[in-house]
Design a protein around this ligand. Structure first.
Ligand SMILES: Nc1ncnc2c1ncn2[C@@H]1O[C@H](COP(=O)(O)OP(=O)(O)OP(=O)(O)O)[C@@H](O)[C@H]1O
Ligand SMILES: [Mg+2]
Length: 245
């Protein structure tokens, strides 16, 4: 269970988040929508304890993470994996080494065990054959798949966080990434692995999410299901989701 209680964050004079509160279960599939610079990525960083709020509390399974030490935070972070904006692969490392990176960092595995684990992860995301290629040899869609595989390498997360996973991809490739995201979040609540996808692509959000939050001026201007979203009377939000109306 995730709980934001009156979370505020200020950068200089800019109020990025202004007393944001919500609750979510790990098995939910949530899309966080909003224009450029409204604080979507910031919200994910707060959730992982990568930055601390100026005010408010962030509870994960009932424990406030805002005052935690790095060591305590590492435990909390095991609930999540994150696929960063742009995929952010290491250019100079092969696909295998990109995916193996955290395995090498955190575990003491033999070369065979690493190879086996990487192969299994690449199979899961549908690009087993790309193991020995370099990032520059991959299409945009394949790069995103590698980024997803890498995020899953170190742990079995209860929830996957995606920051703009389909931005910059053509519609068909974006669609295959949405399918992969859904596949990785199969099953029935409460056992299901959930996801939070941060995006400004509304058509992709509705493919994977069941709950939608719209961020504006530091607050959650909308929080509800698809039915509620498409029947909103908020004029700006209607313009934002125009493609699906
Ligand atoms: N370290 C920082 N120092 C100062 N300002 C920052 C910092 N990080 C982010 N900001 C500002 O905070 C605001 C929110 O940033 P954030 O990256 O969360 O936006 P976003 O909603 O993810 O945008 P985008 O859709 O462009 O990715 C932006 O105005 C950004 O310029
Ligand atoms: Mg962002």
């Amino acid at each position: 269970m995730i709980e934001f209680q009156g979370v505020s964050l200020v950068y200089g004079k800019n109020v990025i988040l202004n007393s944001v509160s919500f609750r979510a279960e790990f098995y939910e599939r949530i899309a966080i929508l909003g224009g450029s610079g409204v604080g979507k990525t910031t919200l994910l960083k707060l959730l992982l304890g990568l930055i601390r709020p100026d005010e408010g509390r962030i509870l994960i399974n009932g424990r406030d993470i805002t005052g935690m030490t790095e060591k305590e935070l590492r435990e909390v972070r095991k609930n999540f994996s994150i696929v960063f904006q742009e995929g952010a692969l290491f250019d100079s490392l092969s696909v295998k080494e990109n995916v193996a990176f955290c395995l090498r960092e955190f575990y003491n595995l033999s070369e065979e065990e690493i190879e086996e684990r990487v192969r299994e992860l690449l199979r899961k995301v549908g690009i087993e054959g790309a193991m020995h290629l370099m990032p520059e040899e991959l299409s945009g869609g394949m790069q995103r798949r590698v980024a997803i595989a890498r995020s899953l390498a170190a742990c079995e997360p209860k929830m996957i966080l995606y920051d703009e996973p389909t931005t910059g991809l053509d519609p068909l490739t974006a669609d295959t990434i949405c399918n992969l995201m859904k596949e990785l979040s199969q099953g029935e609540p409460p056992e299901r692995r959930g996801l939070i996808v941060v995006t400004h692509k509304v058509t992709d959000a509705v493919k994977v999410a069941e709950r939608f939050m719209y961020l504006r001026n530091g607050t959650i201007a909308f929080d509800g299901d698809l039915e509620g979203l498409v029947s909103t009377e908020d004029e700006e939000l209607r313009r934002f989701i125009n493609e699906i109306l």
